[in-house]
Design a protein around this ligand. Structure first.
Ligand code: PLP
Length: 460
């Protein structure tokens, strides 16, 4: 089939996620047909460096035969069976054991799901159930952060703090509140009311301010009504927001003071992204629950889950009876077999250590050179996640939104130019993001930075 035929059929029948379908109809889609290592190939013969690892998930890179073989062998042996009631199968059991071995020591159970969104639905039900079993049924409020992304199911989008999502599709799940994100560049340095007055708040003071906002929200809701706080170690889809160093220690103190569970969403940060097996380890968070997905299988097949700490697990198991919750594909054998092989390969190849000691620091060094570009107001990275904040070179301030058509901005422009230059970067407002496969080499990082510079030049 030819590219134009695909485009035509796509226009006629295919509703894409998170897409202005009418606008897409005019331009047509890029048809991706093949991928190898860190590169995707489209139907017009272009090779594009995928600095987003698909959607933050293809951690081992494309084309790993071992994962194909693991899937094929499991498809032949047992393509499907469920884990309901008293049955299970070897891939689910082996994966559960391995995950608990890799997770922080106090996490010894896992509940499987088909995706990160389902994992966060599971979290919501687990924390409320936990407090009910503890004799505190009023502890139902879950506090999340503005501009967070926790999925697209109704519970996932309610936990998320993305206003445009809340504005579509009716009421969100009750008893979920949002507090400010530790986004110093956007809300500290350039916060409304602070612009033009000079940046008088340091990142560290701003991190503490955000933790204080969490405490204020707990007191407003009543500590006896608050069940949990959920956040990513580094906020991914919100803009690769790396919190100031002061943030997490201050948040931990607040949560301990009011006995509130900590849920750390590891869907992006888990499995090596920050140079540790989990982002929680990097920040020493000791969460009660950790939703996982994406890098668990390097995105080769859909699988997610919730790692459950001993405190919550013991209550649910000892006092809970049957937990009326689960998915047809919870611990799907083929997905579990691929995830297991993925984790074994990561261990055997020292992928996490490589991010921490080699390519992570190398990316930080090379990525930082983009700060010299007149369009860049801030550069940040940690492990293999990074962001560029675009600013107006004429004013040194953030871009005036009025200069761009509605729904379009300098980030969108830069993203499209990147694609045409052979580089996938993602834009969130005026922030450009990368999250490349963890197997990226130093030479490929050089190429990434060169292509990004060229795209910035053309954007400017
Ligand atoms: N949580 C985080 C932090 C995510 O980034 C995502 C997806 O991007 C999700 C949850 C939802 O995962 P899924 O798309 O697998 O449902």
């Amino acid at each position: 089939m030819h590219t134009e035929t695909y485009r035509q059929l796509d226009r006629e029948h295919h509703l894409h996620p998170f897409t202005d379908f009418k606008a897409l109809g005019d331009e047509g889609s890029r048809i991706v047909i093949h991928a190898e290592g860190v590169y995707i190939h489209d139907s017009e013969g272009n090779r594009i460096l995928d600095a987003m690892a698909g959607l933050w998930c293809v951690n081992l890179g494309y084309g790993r035969e071992e994962l194909v073989e693991a899937a094929t062998a499991q498809l032949r042996e047992l393509p499907y069976y469920n884990n309901f009631f008293k049955s299970t199968h070897p891939p689910a059991v082996k994966l559960a054991e391995m995950l608990c071995r890799l997770a922080p020591a106090h996490m010894n159970r896992v509940f499987f799901t088909g995706s990160g969104s389902e994992a966060n639905d599971t979290v919501l039900r687990m924390v409320r159930r936990y407090w009910a079993l503890e004799g505190k049924p009023d502890k139902q409020w879950v506090i999340a952060r503005e501009n967070a992304y926790h999925g697209s199911t109704v519970a996932g989008m309610s936990l998320g703090g993305m206003a445009p999502m809340h504005a579509q599709g009716g009421p969100t799940v009750p008893k979920i509140a949002h507090v400010r994100q530790p986004y110093w560049f956007g809300e500290g340095k350039f916060a409304e009311g602070r612009v033009g007055e000079g940046c008088d708040i340091s990142p560290e003071a701003f991190g503490r301010e955000c933790a204080a906002a969490l405490e204020a929200k707990i007191l407003e809701l009543g500590e006896e009504n608050v069940a949990a706080f959920i956040a990513e170690p580094v906020q991914g889809a919100g803009g690769a927001i790396i919190p100031p160093e002061s943030y997490w220690p201050a948040v931990k103190e607040v949560l301990a003071r009011y006995d509130i569970l900590l849920v750390v969403d590891e869907v992006i940060c888990g499995f090596g992204r920050l140079g540790e097996w989990f982002g929680s380890v990097h920040y020493d968070l000791k969460p009660d629950l950790m939703p996982i997905a994406k890098g668990l299988s390097s995105g080769y097949l859909p699988i997610g889950g919730v790692l459950v700490g001993d405190r919550v697990a013991e209550t649910l198991i000892e006092r809970g009876g049957e937990f009326f919750h689960g998915f047809t594909y919870s611990g799907h054998p083929v997905c579990a077999a691929v995830a297991l092989k993925n984790l074994e390969l990561m261990q055997a190849e020292g992928i996490v250590e490589r991010v921490r000691d080699d390519v992570g620091p190398y990316l930080a060094e090379r990525w930082a050179t983009l700060a010299d570009h007149s369009l860049v107001g801030e550069v940040r990275s940690l492990g293999l996640i990074g962001a560029l904040e675009l600013i107006d070179p004429d004013t040194g301030e953030r871009f005036d939104k009025a200069r761009f058509p509605k729904g379009f901005g300098v980030g969108t422009l830069c993203r499209d130019i990147c694609f045409d230059h052979g580089l996938v970067m993602r834009s969130v407002g005026d922030t450009m993001i990368i999250s490349p496969p963890l197997v990226i080499t130093r030479a490929e990082i050089d190429e990434l930075v060169r292509l990004a510079w060229e795209a910035l030049d053309e954007t400017a």
